[in-house]
Write a protein that binds this ligand. Structure first.
Ligand code: FES
Length: 150
């Protein structure tokens, strides 16, 4: 076990954990931030996507010891009132079906738009390609990303 200092959603946090613990489980089990979801655990589905210094990463394969002083943002910290442009576009397009993958989808989309505010269709598809949705909401996801970019 080790005591580690983290910056999560703009707040300093201290956790006492096995340094090999994936960030996903530190968020969910130690910090009670359960918006980030477990899907596959092997970096293949995108359900666990968070931002590390603004970049979308898979938290299921990121040991907490590798985070250091980088800023972690989860779906809970993306906006104060759930009013990030991507979240508003998601509501406008009624994107979710079961909803399980959607926090990861939104975190990937918001990282894309932060680095590329006006992505092409191909760039949206390339960025969102690794986020799996078993309900098949892909067309609405793409439309919502375009709305958020507009
Ligand atoms: Fe991390 Fe699937 S749970 S990518």
């Amino acid at each position: 076990m080790a005591v580690l200092n983290l910056s999560v959603n703009g707040k300093k946090q201290q956790v006492d954990v096995d340094p090999a613990t994936p960030m996903l489980w530190v968020l969910r089990d130690h910090l009670n931030l359960v918006g980030t979801k477990f899907g596959c655990g092997i970096a293949q589905c995108g359900a666990c996507t968070i931002h590390l210094d603004g970049n979308a990463i898979r938290s299921c394969q990121m040991p907490v010891s590798a985070v250091g002083d980088k800023a972690i943002t989860t779906i809970e910290g993306l906006s104060e009132e759930g009013d990030h442009p991507v979240q508003k576009a998601w509501l406008e397009h009624d994107v979710p079906q079961c909803g399980y993958c959607q926090a990861g989808q939104i975190m990937t989309a918001s990282a894309l738009l932060a680095s590329n505010p006006n992505p092409s269709d191909d760039e949206i598809e390339a960025a969102m390609n690794g986020n799996i949705c078993r309900c098949g909401t892909y067309l609405r996801i793409k439309a919502a990303v375009k709305t958020a970019a507009a």
